[in-house]
Design a protein. Structure first.
Length: 417
């Protein structure tokens, strides 16, 4: 397939810019909060507020975007989220360790910066579903490269200029997001909708409950993502403290984030070739296995160099999620539910999974110590394998209670699926 180079380049810039922002807003949020004087328990609570915000706004934005696809372009939503995120970043710069002001800020971060990711991913689905030839995995590789590079640079910046410098950088990056997103190609929504309705007259946007009830593979994938991200969050939320305990600095913390992101790039580049050899479902199972391995290796690492090196297991860990999740949704959900389907995955992973993990992590770390937190992260990550194994056995779609029936017995309109 010949991809549209100009569109792929623009979309790669969009992914690059988002992960520039995420490097500060996600990877370095805990160090920023620690620098402002918040305790481990308070950081856990603040992250919980943030991820509750993610959960609420993912549902609202996903449903709104699917139902108003012809009147409110995703580009407009992305710009609005970026501007509000920029204002929240400026507010964060001006406060010290005022807890309730910090609550407001992290709620705004959850509603904007964290919700940008599924909106940007859904934009790629809109392009592809409307017939545009976008190389999504190449663009996603650009995002991973951005995360890798800027985690290193931000580690150096924080050492030299302090944590508030990261917030200045974040504000500038959000402004850049608005500029780049404004220059993105328009989606030919009206042409897409006419074709869509002609080919699939009954393909209306479904409710969240209908997606969970009627698409068993997707349902299993949602719950697997929840446990994978909960385990990953528990494993990394206070990782900076282990680095300091082992004699490392913020630079080594940035280096760990660099290795995690750099390990994602090879699969993103060669994803289309890998899919010809391994099915999408089995790739997702492989993701679960490697996430457990990475969590265990991180827990037992006894030196900073080893701690950095074992993050290479990300090569077949969350790299599969970032490269393949869009294609999983495209394969197993109707086109009319593209935005909602993407938002729901992010809701379960970055919303519910991380919210539960943040609350539990602060409490476990404060009362039982770091080793107990690491052990819990391994167990939680391993639970995902139950759902991923189940995903292999259930059908893609059914009107029945597919969780209780086998692949051979589930039927749609009397036909086996």
């Amino acid at each position: 397939m010949q991809y549209e180079r100009k569109l792929t380049f623009k979309y790669s810039l969009l992914q690059w810019t988002f992960w520039m922002i995420a490097a500060s807003a996600m990877a370095f949020l805990t160090p920023i909060l620690e620098a402002k004087g918040f305790s481990a328990a308070e950081i856990g609570v603040l992250n919980t507020f943030k991820y509750i915000s993610v959960m609420v706004f993912q549902l609202l934005l996903g449903s709104f975007a699917d139902r108003h696809v012809e009147t409110v372009p995703l580009k407009t939503i992305i710009n609005l989220l970026s501007v509000v995120g920029l204002l929240a970043t400026i507010l964060f710069l001006s406060i010290g360790n005022a807890f309730w002001l910090a609550v407001i800020v992290v709620i705004l971060f959850g509603a904007t910066i964290h919700c940008l990711e599924p909106m940007i991913d859904a934009l790629s689905l809109h392009y592809m579903n409307s017939g545009r030839r976008l190389n999504y995995t190449f663009s996603r590789a650009a995002g991973s490269a951005s995360w890798a590079l800027f985690c290193i640079l931000l580690g150096i910046l924080s050492e030299r200029r302090g944590m508030n410098a990261l917030l200045v950088y974040q504000a500038i990056s959000l402004g850049l997001m608005v500029i780049i997103n404004t220059g993105m190609d328009k989606v030919d929504v009206h042409s897409y909708t006419r074709r869509h309705l002609k080919e699939k007259k009954d393909d209306r946007p479904r409710s969240v409950w209908e997606l969970i009830r009627d698409f068993p593979k997707y349902r299993c994938y949602l719950f697997a993502c929840l446990f994978i991200f909960a385990g990953f969050s528990m494993n990394t939320l206070f990782l900076v403290d282990k680095i300091h305990y082992l004699g490392g600095t913020q630079f080594e913390y940035g280096l760990i984030q660099f290795v995690i992101a750099a390990a994602e790039i090879p699969l993103a580049i060669f994803f289309y070739r890998v899919r010809k050899k391994i099915s999408l479902e089995h790739l997702m199972v492989l993701m679960g296995i490697f996430c457990v391995i990475r969590a265990f290796a991180t827990a037992v690492a006894a030196s900073v160099p080893v701690l950095i090196l074992v993050q290479g297991f990300e090569l077949l860990g969350l790299s599969v999620y970032y490269a393949g999740s869009v294609f999983f949704i495209q394969k197993y959900l109707p086109e009319a539910d593209a935005v909602k389907g993407t938002s729901m995955v992010n809701l379960f992973a970055n919303g519910i999974g991380n919210a539960v993990a943040s609350t539990a992590s602060g409490a476990i770390y404060s009362h039982f110590g770091f080793d107990a937190l690491m052990t819990t992260s391994i167990v939680i990550s391993a639970v995902s394998l139950v759902f991923l194994n189940r995903m292999l056995k259930v059908p893609a779609h059914t009107g029945e209670k597919a969780w209780l029936c086998s692949k051979e017995t589930c039927r749609i309109d009397g036909k086996r699926v």
